[in-house]
Design a protein around this ligand. Structure first.
Ligand SMILES: [Zn+2]
Length: 325
């Protein structure tokens, strides 16, 4: 893969930022709405004010990439076609003999023939272009939990020294140009695959060759996120509010998670017991010789199965889901 870059265009990284458009006086209300949506296990002493009172404005640097690319591509283009073949299950006889009985082959419905889709591959090549303009690269998908960034927000150039910036903020020019290069190359490759697919039904082994990348540019865009902690029963729980969309995320206290688990456990157990009892009742009452012992066995099995499903399947699943929140 060859590519040429004009070094003069790449060695300054401009920084822009979006100021927060959320009024800090609305945090308590945003927090309160969130608390109210947490259901009955939420501790009443945790108000919106308590949850959001220690938030600090941070800026998360995102890349904003522009650039053009032109390249050659080659690859395999596949055209699908149908062919009639002898059925492999009945060897074209249309029926299968087992012992003394003969039955119609279910694969070919007795015709002895099946339609097979095949692909004819041929090499193709051509040219491909890509144009990237102001694309925001999501840098912090795992650290930012309060929803997707609002990528249409206004940008302002500023003195970034005055802002609290979350690493990696010391983005080096060489890293910045790698990001731009990879973005435009990725588009060239995607576009080439699209062209190749359009020439047939499918494509594979598509390569981009002799790429010429021009006007590459990467800026750093500082995105406002309010971050902080709230405390409950010795736990420090992180909170984030998106400075533009106002979407809040906060970690749940253990007492809330435990309350939800207990409730779910009880609901599942009771539901399964009721289902088991109904099944037992109908299956036993339809048979003729039902003894007290039968009823006890059915009851025991229902209890054991309900217990097993609740504790060994439902609870571990719920804990795993909670862990990711
Ligand atoms: Zn057959």
């Amino acid at each position: 893969m060859m590519s040429s870059i004009q070094p003069s265009q790449i060695f300054s990284i401009k920084t822009t930022y979006s100021p927060s458009s959320i009024n800090e006086s609305s945090f308590a209300q945003i927090g309160q709405n969130w608390c109210m949506s947490q259901g009955k296990h939420w501790p009443s002493e945790l108000t919106g004010n308590v949850v959001t009172k220690n938030l600090k404005l941070l800026h998360y640097p995102h890349w904003v990439v522009s650039g053009n690319g032109a390249a050659l591509w080659d690859g395999s283009v596949g055209r699908n076609y149908n062919e009639v073949e002898l059925c492999s299950r009945c060897s074209g006889r249309g029926s299968i003999v087992i012992g003394s009985s003969r039955s119609t082959c279910s694969k070919c419905n007795g015709s002895g023939k099946v339609n097979v889709t095949k692909t004819l591959w041929r090499r193709e090549q051509g040219t491909v272009l890509a144009k990237v303009q102001g694309r925001v690269i999501e840098n912090f998908s795992s650290a930012v939990k309060c929803g997707d960034r609002v990528l249409s927000a206004n940008e302002y150039v500023t003195d970034s020294n005055a802002l609290s910036i979350v690493p990696p903020s010391g983005s080096t020019p060489s890293h910045a140009i790698e990001v731009a290069k990879n973005t435009v190359m990725g588009d060239l490759k995607r576009n080439a695959e699209k062209i190749a697919r359009g020439m047939g039904d499918q494509a594979r082994d598509v390569n981009v060759l002799n790429a010429n990348l021009t006007e590459l540019d990467t800026r750093v865009w500082l995105y406002p996120i309010y971050e902080g902690y709230y405390s409950h029963e010795g736990e420090n729980l992180p909170v984030q509010i998106d400075g533009i969309s106002g979407v809040i995320w906060a970690k749940l206290p253990t007492v809330v998670k435990d309350g939800r688990l207990r409730e779910a456990r009880r609901n599942w157990f009771v539901t399964l017991l009721v289902i088991g009892a109904v099944i037992s009742y109908f299956s036993l009452s339809s048979s003729r010789n039902v003894t007290a012992q039968n009823w006890m066995i059915a009851g025991g099995v229902t209890l054991a199965v309900s217990w097993f499903i609740t504790w060994c399947i439902v609870l571990p699943t719920m804990r795993a889901i909670q862990k990711n929140k």
